[in-house]
Design a protein around this ligand. Structure first.
Ligand code: NAG
Ligand code: NAG
Ligand code: NAG
Ligand code: NAG
Ligand code: NAG
Ligand code: NAG
Ligand code: NAG
Ligand code: NAG
Length: 578
């Protein structure tokens, strides 16, 4: 009797361990691998690879007999490979151009001799076809290829012609506020003969306007949020329209970092709405010596529709479940927004305010539990952490987060292992945290190298699979993909998202975007007919990932080039009247 029970039990255990999808379908955190360098900035540059940048400092990963400050993170192997970087990438920015090339801009004066001054840097990473990143590297030529201004803490954004717009920053390091500002914009490749454009907005929003939160609106204009102020900037006319301030004294840009995101854009009107969460109500006139790591952050989320009527209605306010300084907000392929990372008290930066925690943290009381924001739920019912897991890894200053492409690789590179179901634990990449001047170990809020993934329930379920996805799509074009939809899904809801995964730095995801595409499923559930975005203003031309969500179960992302794939500036494409 006994032994047959034991056998049965063993058989059960064996079965549980044999199956890769044994984890119950629920949200979870999985820690896997270490980043080698501090992940202070992160951007996916291929379906399998993200680039991490830190400052040139004392990171453990080595290259050419010195500490590395750039690395390629491989989501298949969960390992970091050092990148050869010439200039100091400390608090730089970046994005991907219309031809798929990643460009990193700005940085700082290095504290180690292995690096050169990165403040005017332009670093080029050409599209990388090798899954492991072999032979893919950065190109820099500081003498001949550089910005017009020295910029530390700028933002950057891919705009309607596929160029990168570079916004603001500070000339060089100061302890806390922007007291040496670069109050202008420039572009890469350059416009206006390389002469930067002065910005009244950047001047008005001093001294807490670093890493401005900037968004490409679906008409090609740019929404900008800095400190407690908001404008729409028209690149073609060089004019600004002032929008209402963020209410209740909340300020949201560095060193008072809240986060902001453009909510998903949906056909047929692609009406833009912006959501801004966290930050602080502290006045920007108080010197840092009179601020404390224990000052409460703001829990406020403010949302506005960027149309004439929406702007008249102004900001709609609700509250997160906890205050957060330095949160990140990530768009998910089903249209929800995840809020992760940050502290419940204090500020960004390090070694600036009273009551430093650990070595030099200006913030304390990490927010360990993510929340979900559901844009279509009624006001006051949009934010929830029901069913959310809790981590024990603090993600404070200099942390990153990004949705991963989930391991999908386009044919012909696609291989059996990638197509296999190995990617059930790598949906949302979270890394970094170093509220200290350099790499420190053994204190509270020491430099964090552990990489974590946050996974939605669908990662442990049988998921829809897309195949024969075109590698390049034009605007306003109908195209077909083959799909395999698990039998147990009713397919009562089908969502097809085109996403730019963005560049993560300082609690903000520049260029991140989700455009829903109109899609029809064939009666036999084997083919999807999809209509691409109407033009290059709704989705700035360049690479993206297509995700299919059936009911609430999301596929892997398929990498596509959207538009003609030419180097910027590219001409308008598609139908402009929508
Ligand atoms: C910090 O710890 C990491 C890993 O735990 C180690 O590789 C590195 O050498 C340490 N660095 C310093 C500056 O102590
Ligand atoms: C960590 O990643 C490696 C490489 O993909 C994988 O083999 C391993 O199963 C992962 N571990 C966990 C705990 O997910
Ligand atoms: C990398 O470059 C070397 C030297 O040019 C070449 O032999 C090798 O095939 C390349 N590897 C890949 C994966 O592209
Ligand atoms: C925004 O900040 C400015 C400068 O500190 C202040 O004058 C203004 O009242 C603030 N706006 C709101 C709505 O609090
Ligand atoms: C701090 O506050 C005190 C009292 O309000 C003031 O006298 C002092 O100048 C402030 N110090 C700084 C550095 O702002
Ligand atoms: C922080 O760490 C650095 C590097 O280890 C050290 O030089 C410095 O004294 C530490 N500061 C504090 C306040 O502990
Ligand atoms: C992936 O999982 C699905 C469903 O569990 C299964 O049908 C398929 O064979 C798996 N693919 C591979 C390559 O193992
Ligand atoms: C993309 O365009 C940029 C800017 O002109 C250029 O530096 C880069 O080499 C181009 N890359 C490709 C693959 O065309």
């Amino acid at each position: 009797m006994r032994s047959s029970y034991a056998l049965l039990f063993l058989a059960f255990i064996n079965q549980a361990f044999a199956s890769t999808t044994a984890a119950p379908p629920e949200w979870n955190f999985v820690q896997n691998g270490t980043s080698g360098i501090l992940a202070l900035e992160a951007i996916f540059v291929s379906p399998t690879l993200a680039i991490f940048f830190d400052k040139a400092s004392n990171d453990p990963l080595m290259i050419n007999d010195h500490a590395a400050w750039g690395a390629l993170w491989n989501i298949e192997t969960n390992t970091a490979t050092p990148l050869n970087v010439v200039s100091d990438t400390f608090c730089a920015s970046g994005g991907i151009l219309s031809n798929g090339t990643m460009v990193s801009v700005g940085g700082h004066i290095p504290i180690i001799p292995a690096a050169v001054d990165g403040r005017m840097a332009i670093r080029i990473f050409e599209p990388c076809a090798d899954l492991a990143g072999t032979n893919c590297t950065l190109f820099e030529d500081p003498e001949h290829l550089h910005l017009e201004e020295t910029r530390w803490y700028p933002s950057s954004l891919r705009i309607f012609d596929g160029s990168l717009m570079v916004v603001g920053g500070i000339h060089e390091r100061t302890a806390f506020y922007n007291v040496d500002p670069v109050n202008n914009f420039e572009f890469f490749p350059p416009k206006d003969g390389g002469v930067p454009r002065p910005s009244a907005f950047l001047e008005r929003s001093l001294p807490a306007n670093l890493f401005p939160r900037v968004f490409a609106l679906p008409d090609g204009r740019v929404l900008m949020i800095a400190n407690n102020q908001t404008i729409i900037y028209d690149i073609e006319k060089n004019t600004e329209i002032i929008l209402p301030d963020i209410p209740n004294g909340v300020r949201v840009t560095n060193p008072f970092d809240g986060s902001a995101t453009l909510l998903p854009l949906s056909p047929p009107h692609f009406t833009p709405e912006v959501l801004v969460c966290g930050g602080t109500t502290t006045s920007d006139q108080i010197q840092p010596a009179n601020l404390s790591s224990q000052d409460p952050a703001s829990s406020q989320c403010s949302r506005m529709t960027i149309t004439e009527e929406g702007i008249k209605r102004g900001w709609e306010v609700e509250h997160m479940l906890e205050p957060r300084i330095m949160p990140e907000m990530l768009l998910l392929p089903n249209g929800e927004v995840i809020i992760v990372n940050g502290g419940q008290t204090g500020y960004a930066a390090f070694n600036a305010v009273k009551d430093p925690v650990g070595n030099q943290s200006d913030a304390d009381h990490p927010a360990f539990t993510p929340s979900l924001y559901t844009p279509n739920a009624p006001l006051g019912k949009r934010i929830s952490n029901k069913d959310m897991p809790t981590t024990n890894i603090a993600r404070l200053y200099h942390s990153v987060a990004s949705l991963t492409p989930l391991g999908y690789v386009c044919p012909p590179l696609r291989t059996a292992i990638i197509e296999a179901n190995l990617s059930n634990n790598r949906n949302i990449l979270i890394a970094g945290s170093n509220p200290n001047g350099e790499v420190v170990n053994g204190t509270k809020f020491a430099t964090e190298f552990r990489v974590e993934y946050l996974n939605p329930p669908y990662m442990s379920m049988e998921r829809p699979v897309m195949s024969n996805v075109p590698t390049k799509i034009g605007f306003n074009q109908r195209f077909n993909v083959d799909v395999t939809i698990p039998k147990n899904l009713k397919a009562s809801s089908i969502k097809v998202a085109l996403m730019d995964l963005g560049f993560s730095s300082h609690a903000f995801h520049s260029s991140s975007r989700l455009v829903f595409m109109e899609a029809r499923l064939s009666p036999d559930r084997k083919k999807l007919s999809i209509l691409s975005p109407p033009n290059n203003r709704v989705y700035p031309p360049g690479p993206g990932y297509i995700f299919l969500t059936v009911d609430d179960v999301t596929s892997s992302g398929a990498h596509v080039m959207v538009g003609n794939g030419l180097p910027p500036p590219v001409a308008d494409q598609g139908i402009l009247k929508i």
